[in-house]
Design a protein around this ligand. Structure first.
Ligand code: NDP
Ligand code: HSE
Length: 314
């Protein structure tokens, strides 16, 4: 049996979960793809940290050293920020190495350019985990777009923000306590300002825009507001009227003009996002043929994200 060789970029919440899942499900992957699956190298930043990685696997902070491993088939990328990851992925794709990434900031900045590198290298670029964690929104939209015009997507795309609002409302904890809990659970970005200032949902919306329109709007033309500053009093005031505050990201296409925004919004009972709580994300889609669809599930966290990555890998 031949072997698929994987290099893993990042060994944090997501990277370590991908690693463990591959190690513990070797035989399942072998059955699925008819080849052995081997992680041959792991890229990290801090070489001094102790990590549970089997002997014989190269652990390095040097991308040059990692990419020199002969015959890497797939790179799975889960590091933070657009750079240095984008440079690494361009090089890999141009070399014909397939890429699976969870990195929305990188894709929002470089998605179309990376697709060109993938075409040049005859490699594949997959990114289900970058939008809505374990919820299969990218695959679903790609499928729907084959025959549908999609004019409306209304979504919760940041698990941390939804979790914080839910925790404040149900357990009466402070904003700071709820954020710390989201960090402990592995939901938040390395810089949680990305979550609570709306950047994370914004990047995901830009990825959806690439998918839906083939392009992104001018970033400065998209309203972006996060949940920072929302208090228990705000939440209770809205709830007393029978509504809930949700961190919404939306895409609307009207008469050929796209309107995108990211903002906390009060939604009434019966709204498709009203019941979506905790770390769950949800994506409400209107297709002209399919009608209204809603996908919902864990939008962040180690295992749901590893699940989306490994579905792409397979
Ligand atoms: P973590 O902060 O837990 O882990 C990041 C990992 O990347 C660490 O191993 C870190 O190294 C490594 N790293 C960071 N910068 C560099 C660099 N310049 N060179 C080499 N290695 C680097 O982040 P997460 O695992 O939570 O997230 C990783 C990616 O996945 C992010 O892009 C995030 O947006 C995305 N994502 C996260 C989800 C989640 O639920 N957490 C869900 C979906 C996507 P070291 O260990 O040495 O510090
Ligand atoms: N920090 C992100 C979130 C991780 O909370 O949604 C998943 O992309």
């Amino acid at each position: 049996m031949t072997t698929v060789k994987i290099a893993l970029l990042g060994f944090g919440t997501v990277g370590s979960s991908v690693y463990q899942t591959i190690q513990t499900r070797q035989s399942k992957f072998e059955r699925l793809i008819g080849r052995k699956v081997e992680i041959v190298g792991v890229l990290i930043q801090n070489e001094a940290k102790h990590r549970d990685i089997a002997e014989g696997i190269l652990v390095t902070s040097s991308f040059e050293e990692l990419i020199s491993i002969p015959e890497i088939d797939v790179i799975i990328e889960a590091i933070n920020g657009a750079e240095p990851g984008a440079g690494y992925l361009h090089r890999a794709l141009e070399k014909g190495i397939h890429v699976v990434t969870a990195n929305k900031e990188l894709l929002a900045n470089q998605g179309n350019a990376l697709r060109e590198s993938a075409d040049n290298g005859k490699a594949r670029l997959k990114f289900e985990a970058a939008v809505a964690g374990g919820v299969p929104v990218i695959g679903t939209l790609q499928q729907l777009l084959q025959v549908n015009d999609i004019s409306n997507v209304e979504a919760i795309l940041n698990g941390t923000s939804n979790y914080i609002l839910t925790e404040i409302a149900t357990n009466r904890v402070s904003f700071q306590e709820a954020l710390q809990s989201a960090q402990k659970l592995g939901y938040a970005e390395a810089d949680p300002g990305n979550d609570i200032d709306g950047w994370d949902a914004f990047y995901k919306l830009m990825i959806l825009s690439d998918l839906l329109l083939g392009q992104q709007p001018e970033w400065t033309q998209v309203a972006r507001r996060g949940i920072r500053g929302i208090t228990l009093a705000d939440i209770l005031a809205v709830e007393s009227a029978g509504w809930r505050i949700k961190p919404v990201a939306s895409f609307r296409l009207k008469e050929g003009k796209a309107r995108l925004l990211v903002e906390p919004m009060a939604v009434p009972a019966g709204h498709p996002l009203y019941e979506v709580s905790g770390v769950d994300n949800a994506v409400f889609i209107h297709g002209d043929l399919a009608g209204n669809l809603k996908l919902q599930g864990p939008g962040a966290g180690a295992l749901p994200t590893a699940s989306a990555i490994l579905e792409d890998f397979v």
